[in-house]
Design a protein around this ligand. Structure first.
Ligand SMILES: [Zn+2]
Length: 493
């Protein structure tokens, strides 16, 4: 059974699916997994006829606590300020808008049906006021959750809230030390964190309507409580035992006295068994991924494997990206093991799916005279992706170029290999089907007493200057006249 159907079996009542992300940097391809997985759950619940909502928060009240290298200088002074209040690198809107708009664009391309909300907007509108009051009133219970989970005492003057310093605008540097039912007492500390310096201002302020933000784990529970979230998964980094997710669930249970939403953890993408990391040049951004896979196939990649299994993804391997296309084509069939994943990969109107294998298409796009055929067979869309894969990622043995001059390497060819080329050149006077011709190549090699390795090496060297290449039968017939002349020239020396 499809993992998502299994997860959603026998549930009762209306549902609220939620997920969130902090808009503070370029979206890594793994960052699309949460939005897509939750979207599939949302769509299955709709299919079941449930009353269901799917919301996705951009957590732009979080303070900026790190910067990509290209912004290290220009944005250093904004460290500690809420993402929503710092300027965008391109001068339009906020720092959070800059990355948030990129994510919203990816959502659109991927057909993700979530209602996006900004944390800053919800705080300012007072949507979390009730929760803020509740967690301040019950700070003692929250301290107890923390001391139980972390096995250490929590100071009595610790509160699960930070305010935006009215003087310097920073949130990451403030510490709340008291609550009188109306206002919180706070200090903006010079050395509270390493990444930002506070201004030493001390005062009291009302914590409502956007002046303050709950600490991350408490905020997570407060969101569940405020909205009535029934389903929210978490990435592996949050979902480890005793991690953020566990603490948030315990706060919801012990402090808010509610049952936590349906939980599930999702794994990372791996490259060569290691966590994919953009800083090490191993990762793809969400945008990169959508350049090499159509939206439907991105969804398919994210959901065909159960979320709790890591997905090995090396874009340079000839077994990974081409394989996703193969699996997707097969999954069209009703009885296929991935058919449900295929169904929930569809966006909008159903598209006709090419029958040609992606790897074959990667060869076609490298043959200039195949352009008409690609058009005639309606393969332009996938051909666009095939070109990107060949140009950016494909291993060398997939790439080839017809050599306009006779490659120097043909000097290595033996008499028998040359005889093989001559035989092909003669046979090209007849009319051939590619499949049949491919079979004959093996026969002729045998007749001439050379191994198929030697035979194919001879023809590839002569045409593309490499030992290996695309399916020879196709290649030769596509360039029939050219190949015939080339093989005659070489074999007559
Ligand atoms: Zn300050």
């Amino acid at each position: 059974m499809f993992w998502a159907d299994l997860l959603l079996q026998n549930r009762k009542g209306a549902e609220w699916v939620n997920d969130a992300w902090t808009p503070s940097g370029i979206i890594h391809m793994g960052g699309l997994k949460g939005p897509v997985i939750h979207d599939v759950l949302f769509k299955i619940l709709k299919e079941q006829g449930k009353k269901v909502k799917y919301t996705f928060g951009f957590d732009d009240m979080d303070p900026i606590d790190g910067l990509p290298p290209e912004l290290a200088k220009s944005h250093e002074k904004h460290m500690g300020i809420p993402i929503a209040n710092a300027p965008s690198p391109d001068g339009k809107g906020s720092f959070g808008d800059y990355y948030g708009n990129m994510m919203a664009d990816l959502f659109k391309k991927l057909g993700i049906g979530a209602e996006i909300y900004l944390a800053s907007d919800y705080y300012r509108k007072g949507i979390y006021n009730k929760a803020i009051e509740f967690v301040l009133d019950n700070a003692g219970k929250i301290r107890k959750v923390y001391s139980d989970m972390y096995q250490k005492p929590i100071a009595k003057d610790w509160f699960p809230l930070q305010v935006i310093c009215p003087k310097c605008g920073k949130l990451g540097t403030t510490k709340v030390t008291g609550w009188d039912g109306k206002e919180v007492l706070f200090a903006c500390k010079v050395d509270l964190v390493k990444w930002a310096k506070g201004c030493n201002f001390k005062s009291s302020i009302s914590p409502f309507n956007g002046t303050a933000k709950m600490s991350y784990k408490v905020e997570w529970a407060a969101k569940w409580w405020t909205f009535g979230v029934t389903i929210e998964g978490a990435g592996k980094d949050h979902a480890s035992a005793g991690g953020t997710y566990d603490v948030a669930k315990k706060i919801l249970k012990d402090v808010f006295e509610k049952e936590p939403p349906l939980a599930f953890a999702y794994e990372f993408f791996l490259t060569g068994g290691k966590k994919m990391s953009s800083s090490k040049g191993l990762g793809l951004t969400g945008q990169d991924l959508l350049e090499v896979l159509p939206s439907q196939l991105v969804r398919f990649l994210m959901i065909k494997t159960p979320p709790n299994q890591a997905i090995e993804f090396n874009p340079r391997s000839r077994d990974i990206i081409p394989r996703i296309y193969d699996d997707y084509q097969q999954a069209q069939a009703k009885g296929d093991v991935n058919h449900r994943a295929f169904e929930f990969s569809q966006i909008g109107e159903k598209e006709k799916i090419p029958e040609i294998r992606f790897l074959t298409l990667t060869q076609w796009v490298q043959m200039p005279n195949m352009q008409d055929r690609i058009r005639e067979e309606g393969l332009e869309n996938w051909a666009k992706y095939a070109k990107v894969w060949v140009e950016k990622y494909a291993p060398d043995d997939v790439k080839f170029e017809i050599q306009k001059k006779i490659p120097k390497e043909v000097e290595r060819l033996s008499k028998k290999q040359k005889a093989f080329l001559r035989k092909i050149a003669k046979e090209l006077n007849k009319k051939w089907e590619a499949e049949e011709f491919q079979r004959k190549l093996y026969e002729w090699a045998k007749e001439l007493g050379i191994s198929s390795n030697e035979a194919f090496q001879a023809l590839y060297l002569s045409i593309i200057g490499k030992d290996h290449g695309p399916k020879a039968g196709w290649l030769i017939l596509e360039y029939k006249e050219f190949v015939q002349k080339r093989f005659m020239d070489i074999s007559s020396v």
